[in-house]
Design a protein around this ligand. Structure first.
Ligand SMILES: [Zn+2]
Length: 143
C-alpha cells in the first residue's frame, strides 16, 4: 500500500502516485507551495545565515542535528540532510557562488524536491519529524 509523502489526511482519497495532482486539497497545497516558493526564492543572505545558525535545512526546512554551514556561510559541514538529501558543501555549491547565490541554488533544489513528491531521502534514518508543511513554515518564519 502506497501512503504517499503526506500524513494525517482524513479522507485518504488521494492518488498515491500523483501526490498533489488533483482535488481541492491539491489546489490548496499547490497555491500554498507557489506563494511559499516565491517567498523562499527571495530569501535574504541574512535569513539564510539564520537557518544555518538554527540548524534548519534551507532546502526542505528539516530540523537538523548539525549546522549545515558555519554562520558566515564560509565553511560547510559536508553533512547530508536525511530528509531531502542535499549535501552541504557539495550539492549546494557552485564556483563563484557566495551566500546570496546559494539562495538560488536552494530554490532550485527545493523545487526539485517538491516536484519529486517531497520524499524522505535517507534509507537508514527513520521518518521522524518529517512534515513538509511544518518544515516550510519553519523556513518561512526565518526568511
Ligand atoms: Zn533538507
Amino acid at each position: 500500500m502506497e501512503t504517499g509523502p503526506e500524513h494525517g489526511e482524513p479522507c485518504g482519497s488521494a492518488n498515491g502516485s500523483q501526490p498533489f495532482s488533483s482535488g481541492d486539497q491539491s489546489n490548496v497545497i499547490g497555491g500554498w507551495l507557489r506563494s511559499l516558493t516565491f517567498v523562499l526564492g527571495h530569501m535574504t543572505p541574512q535569513a539564510l545565515a539564520k537557518l544555518y545558525e538554527t540548524s534548519v535545512c534551507p532546502v526542505c526546512g528539516f530540523q537538523l542535528d548539525f549546522e549545515p554551514w558555519s554562520h558566515d556561510g564560509d565553511c560547510p559541514s559536508f553533512e547530508i540532510c536525511p530528509c531531502c538529501g542535499v549535501q552541504f558543501g557539495y550539492t549546494d555549491c557552485a564556483p563563484d557562488v557566495g551566500v546570496a547565490g546559494r539562495v538560488e541554488i536552494y530554490s532550485r533544489l527545493r523545487q526539485a524536491w517538491i516536484d519529486s513528491g517531497m520524499m524522505w531521502w535517507s534509507r537508514r534514518g527513520e521518518l521522524v519529524g518529517r512534515n513538509p508543511t511544518v518544515q516550510f513554515e519553519r523556513i518561512q518564519n526565518v526568511a
